[in-house]
Write a protein that binds this ligand. Structure first.
Ligand code: HEM
Length: 143
């Protein structure tokens, strides 16, 4: 048993997520939930009809973000998550909706509970930065 997994170090988080196959399963559940949950409809509508490319991109991004292979930059180039998302007016409600889909998807994975908590806490940071960047781009209406 791992007593003190240091999730931010090296590729500990990537391995805890089950590597790229584990991340692909997480992302598949995440987008399936986004597609199915009535409360995620506004979030779903921001996305294109097909979620296939978005799924590949998110899994590749999370790989590098969690200390694994930098698959996103290798395959798709550089990305700055907050400014990329600022093309849409993303408020707290949409951000919460994204995090809720992710929280539910995380519970479906065979993760150590400490890693599940860690992952969701870490994801809140870029989600928050996205809301700020979007607010800066679109003004404060809709806060
Ligand atoms: C805060 C709430 C968020 C919303 C509303 C949101 C929304 C979106 C939308 C609408 C797309 C485009 C999908 C498409 O092309 O059909 C997208 C793409 C993407 N999102 Fe998010 N997202 C959020 C949070 C995040 C977070 C926290 C991350 C990273 C940890 C992330 C990573 C990505 C990546 C890597 C892509 C693909 C970028 C590309 O097309 O080049 N998103 N997101």
């Amino acid at each position: 048993m791992q007593q003190t997994a240091v999730y931010g170090v090296d590729d500990v988080s990537y391995q805890s997520a089950g590597g790229i196959e584990g991340l692909r399963r997480l992302v598949a559940d995440f987008y399936r939930l986004m597609d199915e949950l009535p409360e995620a409809r506004a979030l779903r509508q921001l996305h294109g009809e097909s979620l296939t490319l978005a799924s590949d991109k998110l899994a590749c991004f999370l790989s590098g973000w969690l200390g694994g292979p930098k698959l996103f930059s290798e395959q798709y180039g550089a990305i700055a998550i907050p400014s990329f998302h600022a093309q849409w007016p993303i408020d707290e409600a949409l951000s919460q909706s994204w995090l809720n889909c992710m929280a539910q998807a995380i519970t479906l994975q065979p993760y150590d509970p400490a890693f599940a908590d860690y992952l969701l806490r870490q994801l809140r940071m870029p989600a928050q930065r996205i809301v700020q960047a979007s607010r800066n781009r679109h003004g404060i209406a809709g806060q």
